[in-house]
Ligand binder design. Structure first.
Ligand code: DC
Length: 221
């Protein structure tokens, strides 16, 4: 069994890299951000205030969030409904940091995330995987890229999905999300001391996957 933690700011390519790496090493891919997104989606649908930590906790306790792997990658089910597409919308991206900042919400999410890693080889991506969720992960990566490069990638991704994105808005959204993720009190985005930093600004996805793959092969798990 092997566990790989990939943390870093929004849009650095964590999810694509984690998915490809998981397929290559025969591990399951866990996108931890999708769980915070699913709760945000449910809170917005139910008009639960994103400032109300207790209400969010109770909503989460009454929710079933299940991650499944299929040929199209990770699918996320919320109370039995496939919400994989819905949770990627710009509205959710704008609000998810407000949900993820609550310590009691994070506590429950962390438990759920650890469950997946107990019995499976995993590649898990997020913000606090190497620092909090899997502090003993075999390989820890901190993946970064310039904010302009990250905005450009998100722009292309949204365009591809049929949205009509505006690059300046994406840039300011990403900057704001970085700020909220870095400045929050509980489990802020930060590099674990023993994580290896990879700057992906001038690297292709496959080059990054190969680099991490080499690190996994070196590891004596
Ligand atoms: O990776 P993403 O963009 O889907 O993450 C969505 C949000 O959830 C992001 O604002 C940070 C937060 N998040 C977190 O706080 N901890 C994680 N392990 C994963 C995501």
């Amino acid at each position: 069994m092997i566990s790989v933690a990939i943390d870093g700011p929004a849009g650095a390519g964590k999810s694509t890299i984690a998915r490809k790496l998981a397929a290559k090493i025969g591990a399951i891919y866990i996108d931890s951000g999708s769980m915070y997104r699913a709760l945000t989606y449910k809170a917005l649908c139910n008009q639960v205030s994103l400032d109300d930590e207790d209400a969010l906790v109770s909503l989460l306790k009454n929710s079933q969030i299940v991650l499944e792997q299929n040929l199209e990658g990770q699918q996320i089910f919320l109370d039995g409904k496939n919400v994989t597409e819905e949770i990627r919308s710009p509205v959710i991206s704008q609000h998810v940091s407000a949900v993820a900042r609550h310590p009691k919400v994070r506590e429950i999410m962390v438990q759920l995330q650890r469950e997946y890693a107990k019995e499976n080889s995993v590649v898990m991506d997020g913000r606090d995987i190497g620092t909090v969720v899997l502090p003993h992960a075999d390989v820890k990566i901190f993946l970064t890229a310039s904010v302009e490069e990250r905005a450009e990638r998100r722009y292309k991704e949204l365009l591809h999905k049929g949205y009509q994105p505006i690059i300046s808005e994406i840039l300011s959204d990403i900057k704001e999300r970085d700020r909220l993720d870095i400045e929050r009190e509980t489990s802020p985005l930060k590099k674990a001391e023993d994580a290896i930093e990879i700057d992906a600004t001038h690297l292709t996805i496959d080059q990054v996957v190969e680099k991490v793959y080499q690190l996994c092969s070196k590891d004596n798990h």
